[in-house]
Structure formats: C-alpha cells, structure tokens
Design a protein around this ligand. Sequence first.
Ligand code: NAD
Ligand code: UGA
Length: 461
Amino acid sequence: MSNENFIKNILCIGAGYVGGPTMAMIAAKCPRYKVTVVDVNAEKIKAWQADNLPIYEPGLLDVVKKARGRNLFFSTDTEAHIKSADIIFVSVNTPTKMYGAGAGKTADLQFWEKTARDILRVAESDKIIVEKSTLPVRTAEAMERILSSNGKGIRFDVVSNPEFLAEGTAISDLENPDRVLVGSKETERGRRARESIVEIYANWISRDRIITCDIWSAELSKLVANAFLAQRISSINSISALCEKTEADVKKVAHAIGMDSRIGLKFLNASIGFGGSCFRKDILNLVYICEYYGLHEVAEYWENVIKINEYQEGRFVQKMIHAMFNTIANKRIALFGFAFKANTGDTRESPAIYVTQKLAEERAHVVITDPKAIRNAEQDLKDIREYVEFETDPYKAAQGAHAVAILTEWDLFKTLDYKKIYENMEKPAFLFDGRNILDHRRIFDIGFNVYPIGKPPLMHF
Ligand code: NAD
Ligand code: UGA
C-alpha cells in the first residue's frame, strides 16, 4: 500500500515492552493506519526488524509478522517520522528518579521531556500527542505547556491513554482488554482528539469497553490501578506470615476469601513478593504526589504496600538461611527462575535479584536457571559474578546443591522430576517454594525438607 492509501500516520516513540507489542497489535488490527515505532536504541530497532525480537512475549512474533513491512515499521529516524505523523504515542521509560528533588520516589521525566522537545523542534503540522507511558498526574499539563511554546502556530492536543497490559500475557491483554482508557481535555478540540484515539481501538474492541474521561482522571487511574493490584499482593503476603505462625494455609485462606465475589479470586497468590518494572515505581510515584499535596497519611498508607513487599522478600531469605543451620557459606543453592514472573524474560525489580544478592553476601554459591531470563540476569548480577553461575538445565543446576528455591512460577518447574533432582543433591536437601507451585506433601515424601510460603514447613527432623 502506498503512503497515500493510509488514512493516518501513527508514530510511537519508545520500542520497549509497551511500545513494541501495543503498536504491533494496532498495526495488525488496523491495516489502514501506517504505524512506525522509533527508538534511540539502534540495536533494539534492528531486533524488531528481524525475528529475534528484543523481548520475549508469547504470541508477539506472530502479531509482528502479520503487519511488519505492510503497515508496521521500525526505525531510528525519529525526526523524519515526527514530521509525517498525525498521532504520536509516547511510550518511553519513566523510571524512579534517583537524584535531586524527589530522589527515590518521583518519576524521572527526563526521557519524557526530551521527546516533548524533539516533537516541538521538528514538527511542522498539528498533531495529537498520546501519553502511553505511565506518568504522574498532571504531566499532560507540563507537556502541553512545552509544546504550546512553539512559535510556528502548530496545535498539539495531548491525550492520556495509559496501558494496562501485563507482561507474559501482553498479546491477549491487548487483543481482549478489560478496558481501554482515553482521557483528554473536556474542550471541543480535546474531545475530537480523544475520539481519534477511540476510533483506533474501536477497530477491534467494543465501544462499551473504551472508557473516556478527563485527562487528570486517566493519568491518576493508571497509578491507582497498579497500586490496588500491588496492595492485594501485599495483603495476602502479610497474611502468609501469619499463616506460617498459626498453621493455617494461605492458599486455603485466599480461596475462602476470594470466593466472596466482592473480593474475587485473582491476584491473591502469596509469593516471595511482587517484582516488575512498574508496581514499585508507580506506588512510589503515588506516595510522592500525596506528600506533595500534604496528604501524609495517604502517602504512608500506600508506602506500606512497598514495605510489606520488602518484608516478604527479606523473610524468604532469612527463612532459607535459618533452615540451613544459619550458615550457607560455600553451599551450592539452585534458584529456579529469575524473571519477575513466568512467561517473560524481564527481570526488572525481580525479587530474584534481592534473593541472589543476599545469598551472595552470605558467600553461598548461587546457580541460576531460567528458560528466558538468563541474559538479563547476567546483566543484573555483573557486580557479584564470582558468586553466581548460570545453567540452562535445571537438573544440572540442582546437581550437588544443598537447596533449590523456586523464584518464578514457570510451568516447566512444576513438571520436573523432583525425585531425580533429590537423588543428585546434598543431604539434607531443602526446597523453598517461593511461588507455592508444587505439591508439597509429594515433595516432602521424596525426602526434601519443604518450605512453602504461608504454610508451616514439612521437615524430616
Ligand atoms: P522500556 O524501557 O522497555 O522501553 C522504553 C523505550 O523508550 C526504550 O527502548 C528506550 O530506549 C526508549 N526511549 C527512551 N527515550 C527515548 C527517546 N527520547 N526517543 C526514542 N526512544 C526513547 O519501558 P516499558 O516497559 O516499555 O515502559 C514504558 C512506559 O510504559 C513506562 O512509563 C511504564 O511505566 C509504562 N508501562 C509499562 C508496562 C510494562 O508491562 N512494562 C505496562 C504498562 C505501562
Ligand atoms: C502489572 C499490571 O498487572 C498491569 O496491569 C500493568 O499494566 C503493568 O503492571 C505496568 O503498569 O507495568 P506486570 O508487572 O507485567 O503487570 O505483571 P503482574 O502480573 O501484575 O505481576 C506483577 C508481580 O506481582 C509479579 O512479580 C508477580 O509474580 C506478582 N504477583 C502477581 C504475585 O506475587 N501474586 C499474584 O497474585 C499476582
């Protein structure tokens, strides 16, 4: 199709975990839009152009292949594509700021602001700018201020369209989302810009699941959605500590409370703690905003969600050390899983990083196995490389080990031959199930001393 046959040019700045899959889905579902994704990272763009994609996401390659070269393109030429774009999605990273005012809490908007200035410098025609990145509430206001400082008479309409996909299920989340949220200014122009974005999604999502609202509510809803999800995990994790003291079983408690339709069953899996690039950063961001507005009690309330998460990670490592007779120096410990959750290679904020660091501090010899995350793990652990070994085969990882700890709930780890693993380990052999994915009684009967989350341990001594 020649350029003239496309009804609109969409550009996405940022070809990461959100920009790549989201734009691939839009391109696959909307053949009449030309979708281009740009990034400053040339290596990443090269990977998107080939079949060795820069991120692992089930089903993603099929979606990319459906549209790539037809109406989906990847490029490093940001300037040229800003010029020709009608709609620009900005999906750059917004990590926690680690310097200056708000360090350790607020979002670092330097990448965000840079894109605003690039657009301002290069644009020659009116454009709709879509906030796809997760941003502090009222960022759109700053964006609009920067953009309207152009002396060229160009109009920019800023729309908020936060992304709710979860990694590992990104393709089904994008294809069949619970909802899409589009916020804009409640002016005629704002509503028109909003409708342009709604029109894109309406190509495959029914309109009753596309919510529209004012821009501030859209921005805040994203932070609040992540805060509520993380809060559920911290709530059940806090109860897991109590279960371990009282011989209750956290899985049974979660089931019993989750059957109440007002509570619901999802997101009640007790674990070593939540990881991922966003929960912690978005809650910290929420906390910072509350503090900024003088809402200290509200800030403290949400900060506790993070504190419980840190407590849970710390508890897990302490349990390991304590169970293994308070000394793990020179003991081989196999970690099954390093990704922050199953079905992704992403290790950002993975609890496995913390666990490995703590075990290395105790001078343990840590062997890490993961079907997709070893490359990222090597990067994360480069400072403690001497204590760490990587092994693709879980059986080899566990060979001669004193303990196996399950840190990621990959299906693969549910179906391993634990009898074989046990036979090749040092005795007494320990198994710490940080995801509660195994049949603990069966594992105990094989001979392991088993330490689940939120259940009393099963010990042979
Ligand atoms: P990412 O780090 O995977 O991708 C961001 C990309 O932006 C990087 O490839 C980086 O090189 C690029 N970039 C930065 N500055 C640029 C510039 N000036 N020009 C061109 N490219 C630039 O991050 P991500 O996980 O995709 O997250 C992006 C945003 O989406 C964040 O705000 C995040 O909070 C939000 N979000 C993430 C998820 C998720 O599952 N990862 C889900 C929902 C929302
Ligand atoms: C999360 C949200 O689910 C998405 O809606 C949101 O778009 C995204 O953050 C974001 O803004 O980045 P994601 O972090 O990819 O998605 O994955 P989740 O499935 O939410 O899991 C996050 C962490 O919580 C993982 O470490 C997971 O193992 C843990 N978790 C999840 C539990 O410990 N217990 C549970 O019951 C559920």
